[in-house]
Design a binder for this molecule. Sequence first.
Ligand SMILES: O=P(O)(O)OC[C@H]1O[C@H](O)[C@H](O)[C@@H](O)[C@@H]1O
Length: 306
Amino acid sequence: MPVQQTNGRVILTHPKGASAEILLYGATVISWKSGSKANSTPVERLFVSSKAALDGSKPVRGGIPVVFPNFGAPTHPEHAKLSQHGFARSAVWNFDSVVMDNEAGVSVRLTLTPTPDIMVKYLRPFHLAYVVTLAEHQLSTDLHVKNTSQTTSTPPDALEFQALLHTYIRAPANDVLIFPLQGKKYYDKTEPTEQARNQPKEETRAGVDVKAFTDSVYEDVAGKYEVTWPGGSIEVKAKNFKDVVVWNPSAEAGSKLADMEDGGWERFVCVEPGYVRGFARVNPGETWVGQQVLTVLHEERAQGQL
Ligand SMILES: O=P(O)(O)OC[C@H]1O[C@H](O)[C@H](O)[C@@H](O)[C@@H]1O
């Protein structure tokens, strides 16, 4: 069975051996196993902390949490009652349909509309759809944000939001380099003061490493990144996600996260395509789509090395 639904999870299996697992809670992809061109044995490509809660009690520390409608602490008045990174990662989504089921890909669609819990904190009408597609060496995740407002006003009753896919790529953090961010403007969230955090910096490194505590928001970037380390490489392609966040808490911040396993920060880098500087706007009846495509590029580390 290429698509199975059990215990609040959806499991996708590709005929060539790849698989993916999605929690309905947060529509969080918690596993993506894929081989590479050189080695067909499926290997886990995402990091999930062994201390992560997978029971719906809190957002998952790992995988691909969906961030919507605010990134970080809310800054938009309509988001004022929401917590860090919004409600999409902690709401239970609906399994909508199997979109595709063939050699090219196995694909499912999950949806989220306002629930009573969400409506206590957020009054905007919306319809989210999340399409997860598994191909032989690739995982695509598309977030569709529809403004379902019926209001016909001038100016239009636009839905303003931020969205981001918080992808935890399993990789040896001390050896990782991310390209091509050189020359790009970024905001450094590790700076101690608000003023310094809002002061743009320019990336000078040809390949960005995460050896030290890193929390950088790159603005208006290329949309195609390569995360490489000796023996492995994953391409992250993004559409309509104009920004990208690179995050690794290192021991400095990682040891303070209750759901982070010991030394977990050495086993991943978060490369997070998003629309997080300013707000995306979508008019009533219209839909905005943000897409991430992860592709295994090169032969991987030996299994069990991480
Ligand atoms: O702990 P969480 O709410 O999951 O957030 C984890 C991290 O997400 C993003 O990468 C932010 O840029 C970080 O500032 C934040 O620490």
